[in-house]
Design a protein around this ligand. Structure first.
Ligand SMILES: NC(=O)c1ccc[n+]([C@@H]2O[C@H](COP(=O)([O-])OP(=O)(O)OC[C@H]3O[C@@H](n4cnc5c(N)ncnc54)[C@H](OP(=O)(O)O)[C@@H]3O)[C@@H](O)[C@H]2O)c1
Length: 290
């Protein structure tokens, strides 16, 4: 069996950590993680204990990056969103110089450009960086992660027992469980159809009204629903998405405008990947919380 050597830049992070576990569970892969000098990420020691090669790098030292990437077949970026624009182009150039075959950029979010512009000023940069580096790529797109549904990030505020819905709340949108997505990435990177492809993943499709009903059922909390009118002309660009009042409504608007997920779902290329239902996730979440 040919072993695929993957290096995950940001493998100590939230999604990166799930990807590391999915690759470790699949004996087709050898896993390395790139981590910043002086990183205070908590998961690093655990990764080392699991036998992951954690390579500490100064992302500003190109030669150091090239050396760290030598022997890597696929470079996967799961960097914190605020640092992607700065680090990803350098990483791709270093990957090219090190003989890396394929890159997976730090996407893992909506495929819609209007939505992407909210988190990065230049959504076309990733495409340009891939072309400039002349490397194979696989890009993964998905909707919001399950773990954000019970935070105020999608407009549901359990503490205040409130939720904001834009429009009728009846438009279907995609959601993804990070562990499912990670297994899909590990499975699909072995499939030839992932070469130079944009893949869309979802764990489930749901409407906002169904989401509210599911959260109420599992939390036992009756939510006060504020309904805002649908507004296709809405432009969040330039807004600080870390501001709670912005992010609270942002996802709800995106769901209503049908810009919150991938253009096309391609789960079908890896049908054996287990999908966690939202019901299972929420039942588990609220039982641990009780
Ligand atoms: N669909 C969704 O709902 C959703 C939600 C959140 C994120 N995402 C996507 O998932 C991907 C990963 O996001 P995440 O939330 O998992 O990331 P994260 O945990 O916030 O950060 C990942 C890693 O980036 C490194 N990092 C953090 N700050 C850095 C800095 N200033 N300079 C260099 N490295 C830094 C850290 O690794 P070291 O300390 O080891 O260097 C960290 O563990 C992104 O592409 C994001 O767009 C999607």
């Amino acid at each position: 069996m040919t072993i695929i050597n993957v290096t995950i830049a940001g493998g100590s992070g939230d999604l990166g950590g799930k990807l590391v576990q999915a690759f470790l569970a699949d004996d087709s892969y050898q896993v390395n993680v790139l981590s910043r000098v002086n990183s205070d990420s908590k998961g690093l020691d655990q990764l080392r204990k699991q036998g992951v090669s954690v390579i500490t790098v100064d992302y500003n030292q190109f030669d150091e990056l090239v050396k760290a990437l030598q022997g890597t077949d696929i470079l996967i970026c799961t960097l914190h969103y605020a640092i992607v624009d700065e680090l990803q182009p350098v990483l791709f150039r270093a990957a090219k110089a090190a003989g890396v075959r394929r890159v997976v950029p730090s996407d893992f979010s909506s495929e819609n450009e209007a939505f992407q512009r909210l988190v990065c000023p230049d959504p076309a940069a990733t495409e340009r960086n891939i072309i400039e580096a002349q490397l194979e790529y696989t890009r993964y797109f998905c909707g919001a992660f399950y773990c954000y549904l019970t935070t105020s990030h999608v407009g549901v505020n359990l503490e205040n027992r409130s939720v904001t819905v834009v429009g009728k709340g009846d438009k279907p949108f995609s959601l993804a469980h990070q562990e499912d997505l990670a297994r899909f990435v590990a499975a699909s990177l072995k499939d030839p159809r992932s070469r130079n492809a944009r893949l869309g993943f979802e764990s489930c499709t749901i409407t906002f009204n169904e989401l509210i009903a599911a959260i109420e059922k599992h939390s036992g909390i009756k939510l006060n629903v504020t309904r805002l009118p649908s507004d296709p002309s809405l432009d969040f660009s330039g807004e600080d998405i870390m501001r709670e009042d912005v992010i609270n409504n942002l996802f709800s608007y995106a769901a209503d405008l049908e810009i919150a997920g991938p253009h096309k779902i391609t789960n079908g290329i890896c049908p054996s990947v287990h999908l966690t239902t939202l019901d299972t996730y929420l039942a588990d979440f609220f039982s641990k919380k009780a």
